[in-house]
Ligand binder design. Structure first.
Ligand SMILES: [Zn+2]
Length: 692
């Protein structure tokens, strides 16, 4: 992924929570005038965003983005502010116009307009949400209260996972069989934590300790909001923290999870029942109504053994306490303002540094995009994504794939046999551009104009059941993992496809009014980035069909790893914030993709403009404009809190290093700016990293 890739299901809850709640005042103003949808224009190369007082050979990021950083302070309700984030906010504004029109359309509206219009209107009805308070949780809390033993737990946990869409105690879902990528199998995975990563529970430094203390206070507040007396709430918070810490300690780290072999552990359902006898797995899957199956993936076994220990050793009252917290915490964004505020205070203000809550309309647009993304996406695509745009971006994709084939052919470190396999994989990649061929049908989800909480619950359950129903079914290669308005892109190793939603193919990222140089530097680099993910330290473990299989010769694999180690060593030197360095074993795949992607984009750009007489513009040569276009995809300002969180959870390096870390390895860059050996933006010859 180009940005903020969310890989595991366990993370979904956190993503859900991290949408900032609104201030009441802003929400009221937000519900009035209908905004006519329009997207502002910013060019893919903006000279005004540069800082020409800086020497490009000393700090290329500052040279390209210094002006942008000055002009774009972080809005108080954001945790960071960059080109991608700003475009996404513009998209939200645009989608708001679409949604307000849909919400006020008359009775003759089509199904999609009804779905998105009523979902949004119900979300904006803050008075109704406030009046309900935590009332919507009542039947679910009652079910938890009735639990008499760990054996009764399964249907309640299954129900909570359907309702919340995330991991309670653990996570589960359908996944592609790592040995047969055409089939979907069942899987259960680690999860069940309220902090963003397992490392938060295990690290010993002062900041981690402080974060844990602050988290326990947050848990206590949630219990108080549910009506517990402070003394009892405090005791309950300690119980939740103790259970989560045990689960976290048994969970794999993010770096371990990068190895798909470590995530693979196919066993019989009967064996899982033996491993975790205190949990009634039959009742669990019966409640989920999964199709019948015998084999499932259990990842990692250590986690599920610890889960068994918790279920066996904890008095059932403690398990009820754990569930009660996760129910209220998971739903807090859809409850009354007291819950919304507490969620904001901890997850966005304390953990990520936001100063203010987002206005309610903005949250409601994001909820609609998340829950009905392919309904809202239809309206979005109609307005912003022409067939010309699709054709021109497809042409760019093809040129970059050709460049990759050319590079593979010329690699001096790869044997002919491995090259043949690599080319097979490259030619097997599916290119998905803009939006899905077939739209998801939400007509079975009841969307009521007066029931925001119910809408979220039903849409979440629809999505979870859609996922579980895949078990035993062939893989649908047309499916997308992102909605069309999303400003992001991804490569999926098991699908062997690259996916570019319409949202990421807009100015200033892809700018059809601009010439090739900045567009290839920017979107061309992103296409190359996604493509090389198929060949990074994770992607390289899957073959052309998406099966987990070693298709490399042993020697080639070693040479490949030596080359990626060069990248890991380089990035490990960079400081994120305070004394925290990049965890370059976590960011390795993305760093290698950033470097490879830009090299491919450069080759493709030269091919696309061959024989053309390219002229300087604004005093910048075509080569310089290519690189500035590249740097300006990621101009950003960050809060230290958010940088700290991302150093632990984000597989991408901070913006500055995603630019400077690439150009130091490209001789094409030094010659474009006439940089000299010994300058900061030129790696010494023996330290130049080159994988592709
Ligand atoms: Zn990526």
């Amino acid at each position: 992924m180009k940005k903020h890739f969310v890989v595991c299901i366990a993370l979904l809850v956190f993503v859900l929570l991290s949408i900032a709640p609104a201030q009441q005042k802003a929400a009221v103003t937000g519900s009035n005038a209908v905004v006519e949808p329009s997207l502002p224009y910013s060019p893919s190369l903006d000279v005004g965003s540069m800082d020409k007082t800086v020497d490009p050979c000393v700090d290329f990021y500052q040279y390209s983005c210094g002006g942008w950083q000055k002009k774009n302070p972080i809005p108080p309700d954001q945790v960071s502010w960059g080109v991608y984030g700003k475009l996404y906010q513009d998209n939200l504004n645009f989608l708001r116009g679409i949604l307000e029109q849909a919400a006020t359309a008359g009775s003759k509206r089509d199904t999609v307009t009804q779905e998105i219009g009523d979902f949004y209107a119900a979300c904006m009805d803050e008075a109704a949400v406030e009046k309900l308070g935590a009332g919507a949780l009542k039947p679910r809390l009652a079910a938890i209260e009735q639990l008499k033993s760990a054996r009764d737990l399964a249907p309640v946990v299954a129900r909570m996972q359907l309702d919340l869409g995330g991991a309670v105690l653990f996570s589960s879902g359908a996944r592609q069989d790592p040995d047969n990528s055409e089939e979907q199998i069942a899987g259960v995975d680690q999860g069940g934590l309220g902090l963003p990563d397992r490392d938060y529970y295990t690290k010993d430094d002062a900041k981690s300790k402080e974060t844990r203390e602050r988290y326990v206070e947050h848990i206590q507040k949630i219990f108080e909001l549910l009506g517990d007396q402070p003394g009892m709430a405090k005791q309950n918070a300690a119980t939740v923290m103790r259970i989560e810490t045990a689960l976290a300690t048994a969970a794999m780290t993010r770096v371990e999870r990068r190895d798909p072999y470590k995530r693979k552990n196919k066993i019989k359902l009967a064996d899982l029942q033996q491993m975790v006898p205190s949990f009634d797995w039959t009742a669990y899957f019966r409640t989920l109504k999964t199709p019948p199956f015998e084999i499932l993936n259990v990842s990692p076994p250590s986690f599920f053994k610890e889960l068994e220990a918790r279920l066996k050793d904890e008095p059932v009252a403690n398990l009820r306490t754990y569930l009660r917290f996760h129910l209220a915490n998971g739903y807090s964004n859809y409850l009354s303002s007291a819950f919304v505020t507490e969620n904001f205070e901890f997850y966005l203000k304390y953990l990520r540094g936001a100063k203010e809550m987002q206005p309610r309309w903005r949250r409601c647009v994001q909820f609609t995009d998340r829950d009905l993304g392919e309904a809202l996406g239809q309206a979005y695509v109609r307005k912003v994504f022409s067939s010309d745009l699709k054709a021109s971006t497809l042409d760019m994709v093809q040129r970059i794939e050709d460049a990759m084939a050319q590079r593979i052919g010329l690699l001096d470190w790869m044997s002919a046999e491995t090259k043949e396999q690599a080319l097979g994989k490259l030619h097997g990649i599916r290119n998905k551009i803009g939006y899905p061929e077939k739209w998801r049908d939400y007509s079975s989800v009841k969307i009521a104009r007066n029931d925001f909480f119910g809408n979220v619950q039903r849409a979440t359950e629809f999505e979870r059941r859609r996922n579980f129903n895949k078990i035993g079914q062939p893989v649908d290669h047309g499916e997308w993992g992102m909605s069309p308005p999303t400003v992001n892109a991804y490569y999926n190793g098991q699908m062997n496809d690259i996916n570019f939603p319409a949202g990421v193919l807009q100015p200033p990222l892809y700018d059809s009014r601009m010439d090739d140089a900045p567009n290839y530097g920017n979107t061309g680099g992103t296409i190359g980035h996604e493509l090389t993910h198929g060949f990074d330290d994770q992607g390289a473990k899957f073959d052309a069909k998406g099966n987990l299989r070693d298709w490399w010769s042993k020697e080639d694999k070693q040479k490949f790893e030596d080359r990626t180690k060069c990248v890991a060593d380089q990035y490990a030197q960079y400081v994120v914030v305070d004394d925290i360095h990049i965890n370059s074993r976590l960011t390795l795949g993305e760093d290698v993709a950033d470097l490879g992607g830009e090299i491919l984009a450069y080759i493709a750009w030269q091919g696309a403009t061959k024989g053309k007489d390219l002229k300087p513009v604004d005093g910048l040569t075509p080569e310089q404009r290519f690189f500035i276009g590249f740097a300006q995809w990621d101009c950003a300002n960050n809060r230290p809190e958010d940088l700290r969180l991302r150093a632990m959870t984000d597989p991408h390096s901070p913006s500055k290093y995603r630019i400077n870390g690439v150009v130091v390895n490209m001789p094409e860059f030094s010659s474009a700016f006439s940089c000299k050996a010994g300058q900061p933006m030129v790696n010494p010859a023996e330290k130049v990293c080159k994988v592709w």
